[in-house]
Design a protein around this ligand. Sequence first.
Ligand code: NAD
Ligand code: WQD
Length: 337
Amino acid sequence: MKILVTGGAGYIGSHTCIELLASGHEVVIVDNLSNSSEESMSRVEKISGKKMAFIHADIRDEAALDAAFSQHKVDAVIHFAGLKAVGESTEFPLKYYDNNVSGSCVLMQVMDKHNVNTLVFSSSATVYGDPATVPITEDFPLTTTNPYGQSKLVVEQMCRETVIANDNLSVVLLRYFNPVGAHISGTIGEDPKGIPNNLMPFITQVAVGKREFLSVFGDDYDTVDGTGVRDYIHVVDLAKGHVQAIEKLHGQAGCHTFNLGTGQGYSVLEMVAAFSKACNKEVPYKIIERRAGDIGQCYADPAYAKSVLDWQAEKTLDDMVNDSWRWQSNNPDGYSS
Ligand code: NAD
Ligand code: WQD
């Protein structure tokens, strides 16, 4: 298939392009490079030994998208493009609604115009809010506490409604848990701008000497050691989930929703211990107060993805920390190293 990948230069997008190319698909990337660089795409091509088409455009630019769909007869779209910083979204909510919601709306309109009827959308476990129990299945109530999460909920709803209105449309909503890790080559990985918001890039920057210590946000949750528990999933497993989704559900009209997680939760201190082993040094940390909006524990029931997509996460916690460390230590300043 020829697949248009929005946000394909970013963290999850770049790893997914590798898996798409490895499975024999052609890739056309649309990215405005607001949180990425062209370097990631060069490295993907090097790893794959294959070329991709790149269109430097914003998904809110209808004319640019229209031209992209006219130039490339694509079969399906994987839609990663979006802003993802929870804290920033509370400061600039309209920026998030504009980019994530309006952008998705323009994209779906242009797809419709060009009769492209398969869409895979990057949703998030954040749509489950603070779940009453774990593990979380796809039918749990949906709620969220911040504009970023709300932007995901609105796009999900927009997809469900559009599918009802269009009998030909197939939409796959993939709710990612906590993506970590990097390609085994150590040449592509997560490259956050500024201070990382997420745990794993913060730990890797402490280990490489860019930050003094990790602040652990609370140790009084009702968990194994009091620190927050999450379902960390290797980004390569996540990427493979997209290939399965598009191959299994292309042309299968309807709105299909899946958790992409491992089903296994690890605490912050378990992640620190695993990472210390990988980099063979102590990762200094200090326990501080809880971060506003955080929840105690969150992990997936991934059974539905296994039964329908024939997909499950294969990589271990050791793979996650070893691959994150290989990427960070080879590229201390990310793609600008
Ligand atoms: P990322 O920032 O690395 O990648 C997003 C890409 O989209 C970037 O290359 C950016 O330049 C591009 N982009 C953003 N807005 C755009 C626009 N208007 N037009 C064109 N390109 C645009 O983020 P990621 O971690 O790879 O996340 C990909 C998707 O997965 C996002 O939608 C994110 O919300 C979602 N997601 C991420 C996580 C996570 O923890 N990383 C978890 C759940 C869901
Ligand atoms: C993980 C754990 C923190 C940083 C966020 C978004 C979610 C999704 C994934 C996009 C928690 C603790 C973290 C630090 C810490 N993104 N922590 N010190 O909060 O589960 O999810 O990213 O969709 O929407 O909310 O991930 O990596 O920020 O935190 O102690 O410096 O690590 O409290 O327990 P989170 P995270």
